[in-house]
Design a protein around this ligand. Sequence first.
Ligand code: F6R
Length: 243
Amino acid sequence: MKIICAENYQEMSEKAAAMIAAQVIMKPQAVLGLATGSTPIGTYRQLIQWYNEGKLDFSQVTGINLDEYRGLTGDHPQSYRYFMQRHFYDYVNIDPARTYVPDGADPDAERACRNYDQILREAGGIDLQLLGIGLDGHIGFNEPGENFIGETHCVKLTDSTLAANSRFFSEGEQMPREAYTLGIRGILQAGKVLMLADGRDKADILQQAFRGPVTPRVPASILQLHPDFTLIGDKEALRMLLS
Ligand code: F6R
């Protein structure tokens, strides 16, 4: 595991974008595993800037997202499909047919999840997986539990995740309580895994995940076993891990 400490959010985002850019330059047909949430927004912004400057070409890239709320269609402003369009895909030359997000509109969880695993298999797996981390240690929406679940599956979001993500939903709006997420196997099989974390409130969970035991109670802890795992954090997020 490599830990890279950035001065602030901006520097963390630039370093992460540089790693993704290197992946796309080395392999133009790269399969990128992508995340939503507030953490990677600056990374996407930097990638868009380099694309606009003619430094990057996404025309052969495939994007496979981690997760989606069950019950939201892609045009819902809080859906992760919508997020990806608004923060990244609408601004670069990626082929829309090669961008994937689990189908939150499919009420048949089993079918939606098996279809997504099939997409992952057909893409040949992920070259570089970008991740954030939840305050409860989730990666994708693999929430703390008794076991690690390998395949794409439907999860009940924990109270901690519901509380953290409710900020994105307007008052009175019903927030979905379930999501479809790539499983731990899909994430661990990625050639490289890149986690980003910023801010003081992530310090404690990072310490638990990467200084504590590997346990499904802290799903991110499994990344200790990945052969090419990099964590880029700002000083605030890494303050306990590096002390
Ligand atoms: C998002 C995802 C989640 C987030 C995590 C952190 O696709 O899979 O695991 O990475 O909830 O979210 P933020 O970045 O908003 O703190």
